[in-house]
Design a protein around this ligand. Structure first.
Ligand code: ATP
Ligand code: MG
Length: 722
């Protein structure tokens, strides 16, 4: 079966796929077929070398990539590859922890703490321990803890100095870990560290997997961090066959601890690897590829030369939008053009540097009736109502899950006040108990007022009876009944608002998701499996693969993927390169690699857009085109200006390098300025977006809260400042 596919590879790819060497490194630029080599190699090993899929472990960076890799391999093989392990580092670590929870010193039904839950837990801990959260902001503490874990360090491995700031961080880390262990909660970084310790401390488990996985293959190797590398090194013995593929120009997770040096370290730790380079790009047109090459050439690097035998294709279109709304409308219009010329929506990606950029784009796509799907960012499973429902389910499997307890003990309200809760927390802390244990104990003692006691008792009984009544049900019925018994829906029905209505629909959608969920891992109950899936995989794999939707995602989550039509948006100084990165050379180079990743996602057509004014995080700033745009040779780019010379009234201001234009320089002759909130006698309140024309002919564009976007003749519009 496989042989006919082998012919589709170029010579170097063939060499890599069929290499008899024990250690193989494929180092090559974007779109040169690295991932293709990896999938073919799995098929080759299985078909030509009689290696059982059971002995193969393939690691990649996102769940979406993992799912695609599996389907591609099965297509090459012509049959389902049962027993083959493909996943992300996190997903695989999770799987191992489920299978060996006892040796990992976890409870069987341990739950995963997502980063929002982690943040809340840290916040509560700081408060409970009277730690000043202005000195030790929870976000910073969170970053500190995760960073140490990614380095493989526990609190006990860190040394105290005379520095109080540092010492307190270490103490919080310790407190945090104790709280997690008590509640049997595992955060993302803990998955990796705990799994590493599991293997390191349990020789029998380690031996088993070392023997089982005779072949290990890793994609996107440039973005492995310390703990992932250590994990690999444990699993791969002297006799393991290792294939790693990567591109040092696409290392974009340095800020999260990824170490591109791991590529060089690997060559020391596994001597005499065969190194194969691929130089032909099969993904992008000549113009796109040349633009990418030109940008990345500005970094310090070893240097690779990518070429394509394909045609130059269209030039890259650069659109200077007036503001983010104009940018979004331009994109929507180009998408309509594409679809009218027989393209489909699923061929299109809109990429942005920061999640916050997606909202306006989403609104505009909605208005234009263009179906889209957001990957990552604010995900379905992160919505408040969904997390509430999941918290009930988590309590069913683990009563000691304090994060879940806190979340739903009074949601919907059942008369359990902050005072009762704070007594509960105090008791729990002093007795080293979970909130559930403390509540059970104190209720029995009739510790609280009769009302509070009753309310708590009702909650405890509710959870117990949820468990009894759902024990024999299928997963979706189980979840349906829990939602019903929780009375979450009733609470929203009472609220009656549009938003509440949407929340009810989302809860229905959760039941649908459960009905579609299939659990292949026999080490977990369906409910455990589903709860883990909700945290680990939801953002990337949600939605039907065959849905015809435009893809929206950050540049970071686009890596490894490709789309015929790509919009790279917000290509502005301060935003991209990100403000925090522009002064630090290392970080700036990482941003440039991110730009390279973005450009090289495009196969046929690439649009770059930037806005002169952008409202972000509640303020309007004047932006300049990104330096990355200037790094692309002019002859590869077609520049489009908006039809009207919209910046005319403040043209003198555009060159000025200022973050926030002062009100006077922005002021239009009519006394209004862009970004100002005004009121109109008929249309109500709105925000000024744009001016056009001069004197009595001046028109003003306003985004009204109720009636949307309108152009008005300023002289007659009767606007008043709000
Ligand atoms: P990235 O660095 O972005 O992850 P990559 O090196 O992994 O890219 P692939 O995704 O494997 O590249 O391949 C890029 C595209 O080129 C894919 O559509 C792939 O099918 C195609 N391709 C790769 N090799 C060949 C080949 N020999 N003939 C035809 N098409 C190829
Ligand atoms: Mg790839």
């Amino acid at each position: 079966m496989y042989e006919k596919y082998f012919a589709e590879l170029n010579d170097n790819q063939k060499l890599a796929v069929s290499s008899p060497e024990q250690t193989l490194i494929v180092l090559a630029g974007a779109g040169s077929g690295k991932t293709r080599v990896l999938t073919h190699r799995v098929a080759w090993l299985s078909e030509q070398c009689a290696v059982s899929p059971y002995s193969i472990l393939a690691v990649t960076f996102t769940n979406k990539a993992a799912a695609e890799m599996r389907s591609r391999i099965e297509q090459l093989l012509g049959f389902p590859a049962h027993g083959l392990w493909i996943g992300t580092f996190h997903g695989l670590a999770h799987r191992l922890l489920r299978a060996h929870w006892q040796q990992a010193r976890l409870e069987q039904h341990f739950q995963i703490l997502d980063s929002d839950d982690q943040f809340r837990l840290i916040k509560r801990l700081l408060k409970a321990n009277n730690i000043d959260d202005t000195m030790w902001p929870p976000k910073q503490v969170q970053w500190f803890i995760n960073n140490k874990k990614d380095e493989g360090l526990r609190a006990k491995d860190l040394s105290y100095h005379s520095d109080n700031y540092n010492n307190t961080l270490i103490n919080i880390y310790e407190l945090y870990q104790t709280a997690c262990d008590q509640s049997s909660l595992v955060d993302f970084s803990e998955l990796l560290l705990r799994c590493y310790e599991l293997l390191q401390q349990n020789t029998d488990v380690l031996n088993h997997y070392q023997q089982r996985f005779s072949h290990i293959l890793v994609d996107e190797f440039q973005d492995t961090n310390t703990i992932q590398y250590a994990w690999l090194k444990l699993l791969a013995t002297e006799s393991t066959c290792l294939t790693i593929v990567g591109d040092d120009d696409q290392s974009i997770y340095g800020w999260r601890g990824a170490k591109v040096e791991n590529i060089y370290r690997f060559q020391r730790d596994y001597p005499n690897p065969q190194i194969i380079k691929l130089e032909q790009n099969y993904r992008s047109t000549g113009n796109i590829l040349n633009a990418a090459n030109a940008v990345i050439a500005n970094n310090d690097r070893l240097g690779k030369n990518l070429w394509t035998s394909g045609h130059d294709g269209e030039k890259i279109t650069l659109y200077a939008a007036f503001n983010e709304i104009d940018e979004a409308r331009f994109i929507a219009a180009r998408i309509k053009d594409w679809c009218e010329q027989a393209g489909c929506r699923r061929e299109i990606a809109i990429l942005y540097r920061s999640n916050a950029q997606s909202r306006i784009i989403e609104e505009t796509l909605l208005q234009s009736n263009i179906a889209y799907r957001v990957y990552g960012g604010f995900r379905f499973f992160e919505r408040a109502e969904i997390k509430d429902a999941l918290a009930y389910l988590r309590l069913l499997v683990n009563r000691n899950d304090d994060a879940a307890f806190e979340r739903v003990v009074n949601t919907p309200t059942r008369g359990i006040g902050e005072r009762t809760l704070s007594e509960l927390r105090d008791h729990a802390r002093s007795q080293f108990q979970s909130l559930w244990q403390a509540a059970s104990f104190l209720v029995k003692q009739s510790h609280f007022s009769a009302r509070a006691n009753n309310a708590l008792q009702t909650f405890l009984t509710l959870i117990d009876s949820m468990q009894q009544r759902t024990a024999d049900l299928t997963l979706d019925d189980q979840i349906g009944l829990v939602i019903q018994m929780s009375r979450l829906v009733n609470a929203y029905e009472k609220e009656g608002s549009e938003k509440a209505h949407a929340r009810i629909e989302n809860l229905d959608e959760l039941i649908n998701a459960a009905a579609q969920y299939s659990n292949e891992d026999s080490d977990m109950t369906p409910l455990d499996g589903f709860l883990s899936y909700a945290v680990l995989e939801s953002g990337e794999t949600q939605g039907q693969a065959d849905e015809d939707c435009v893809h929206l995602m950050t540049l970071h989550s686009a890596k490894g993927l490709e789309f015929p039509l790509v919009f790279m948006t917000g290509v502005e100084e301060e935003l991209f390169p990100h403000q925090r990165s522009s002064e630090d050379l290392q970080r700036l180079q990482e941003e440039r690699r991110l730009c390279y990743v973005g450009i090289t996602r495009a196969m046929q057509k690439l649009y770059l857009t930037y806005a002169e004014y952008r409202r972000l995080h509640g303020r309007i700033d004047l932006h300049h085109p990104s330096r990355f745009i200037k790094e692309i040779p002019d002859d590869l780019v077609d520049e489009v200006r908006p039809k009207t010379t919209i910046t005319k009234p403040f043209g003198h201001n555009i060159k000025q390098r200022s973050l926030r234009p002062s009100a006077s320089s922005q002021q239009h002759s009519l006394g209004f300025r862009i970004g100002q909130t005004i009121s109109h006698p008929k249309f109500g309140e709105g925000v000024i977006l744009n001016f056009e024309g001069q004197g009595s002919q001046t028109k003003v564009q306003v985004q009204f809260a109720d009636t949307g976007l309108k152009w008005l003749v300023a002289a007659y519009a009767n606007l008043t400042a709000v």
